[in-house]
Ligand binder design. Sequence first.
Ligand code: CA
Length: 229
Amino acid sequence: MRLLVVEDETKTADYLRQGLTEAGFAVSLARNGLDGHHLAMTESFDLIILDVMLPDVDGWRILQSLREAKNTTPVLFLTARDSVDDRVKGLELGADDYLIKPFAFVEVLARVRSLLRRTQAPVAQDELQVADLEVNLLKRRVTRAGKRINLSHKEFCLLELLMRRQGEVLPRSIIASQVWDMNFDSDTNVIDVAIRRLRSKIDDEFEPKLIHTVRGMGYKLELEQVDEA
Ligand code: CA
């Protein structure tokens, strides 16, 4: 499980990193809002612990950018102020839970585990569906409009990733690390080739198209609402 901690206060940051690392998490630490914003937007995490009061880009802005990008990574925010307004604002912006500083580490760990349990629930589900495209994860069976589609192992993994993160733009680097479990040089076209093959099977003969290229950014799978002009 990969966690991102965004916290500018050295003591709290080190304390969180050490504790969470000892609890078995892979922890990335950003010590300012700018780095936090960059990491949150470009890398994939299972959960983000976000301090609200940051000197440059504050926690609200980071949270807002994430949700605007349809990134649904669970966010636990840390607020020093025991203010109802702050908590309401955080939850309205799409945070999943909050902690008021100062907190005991056991409390952080309990919140993190409970949030992960809640948000990882889809992993246990055996059916994924977007429009008329259906994937049965247990039987590893894919159908579109009721028609059976045969995929290779990698194509299946790629489709599963795109469907689990539907609506989210996935950069090639994320697809490479999650489907091929490795980092590709940026000039490789392995992912583009795999996407093309997947498209030819699930999109070519069907409407509407579900896999979309987001120029300069990556790919996403989504049932887009098309405005007839
Ligand atoms: Ca702070």
